[in-house]
Design a protein around this ligand. Structure first.
Ligand code: IPE
Ligand code: IPE
Ligand code: MG
Length: 234
């Protein structure tokens, strides 16, 4: 099986999964977070080099106060726990998105985790937090304008210069994008980076997305006629 170098996932369906079990939405997020830990291990085992997951969008602030608070507490715990996980999995962790909207302690945990894991290199794990592709591109353009004012950047602007100003600078574009739980849209995820990526959609909700489902997605990917790099033999 050829394993994609970079898999991007929109982990969707935690709320509906919990509701189907008569449980509150935040219970779905707790189980979704456990599944994220598990899928990181599976991805590493399979030989995936880059894994990028959408955990909280710039639009997700509009959810109920209770749900947003629950998610923030989950991120607090997970970011701390992830220090150990990063070591265990030899996994470098980076956060993409705009962390400035989070409470100071969450921002500190993000910095600690990124710093602690920066030399691990078996799996590169990106978590999109307060991420929106349009916001990412807008921030990139503003930084470019600032660098131009400072004389650090001179035109003409090229595609690779734009890539270098995005939060994903230095990270290869995804080869496979998976969205769980049935929705067929991108919800403002990696619009620039997914230009040539293969898409895989499944009805399985995120907390039920296990190794067999990931392997199925990779097998489907293998059946496609890839004209644009990024695969390796495993
Ligand atoms: C994805 O699950 C996790 C986050 C967006 C934080 P959802 O919370 O979107 O679950 P559904 O789509 O409402 O079922
Ligand atoms: C996308 O899922 C964002 C994340 C998975 C974090 P949503 O559930 O928030 O997206 P929409 O609202 O259905 O488009
Ligand atoms: Mg959703």
């Amino acid at each position: 099986m050829r394993v994609p170098n970079h898999i991007a996932i929109i982990l969707d369906g935690n709320g509906r999964w919990a509701k189907s079990k008569g449980m509150p939405r935040n219970y779905g997020h707790v189980k979704g977070c456990e599944n994220l830990e598990y899928i990181c291990e599976v991805a590493k085992e399979l030989g995936v080099k880059y894994l990028t997951v959408y955990a909280f969008s710039t639009e997700n602030w509009k959810r109920s106060r209770e749900e947003v608070e629950g998610l923030m507490n989950l991120f607090r715990n997970y970011l701390k726990k992830c220090i150990k996980i990063s070591k265990k999995n030899n996994m470098r962790v980076r956060v993409i998105g705009d962390p400035s909207a989070f409470d100071e302690d969450i921002q500190n945990r993000i910095r600690e985790l990124e710093e602690f894991s920066k030399d691990f290199d078996e799996l590169h794990f990106q978590i999109a937090l307060n991420y929106g592709s349009r916001d990412e591109i807008t921030r990139a353009v503003n930084r470019m304008l600032e660098d131009q004012r400072q004389g650090v950047l001179t035109g003409p602007v090229t595609e690779s210069m734009i890539s270098d100003y995005l939060d994903t600078a230095g990270i290869p574009d995804p080869d496979l994008m998976i969205r769980t739980s049935g929705e067929l849209r991108l919800s403002n995820y990696l619009l620039w980076q997914l230009a040539y990526t293969e898409f895989y959609f499944t009805d399985v909700p995120w907390p039920d997305f296990k190794k067999d489902e990931l392997v199925k997605a990779i097998e489907k990917y293998n059946e496609r006629d890839r004209r644009y790099g990024g695969v390796k033999e495993a």
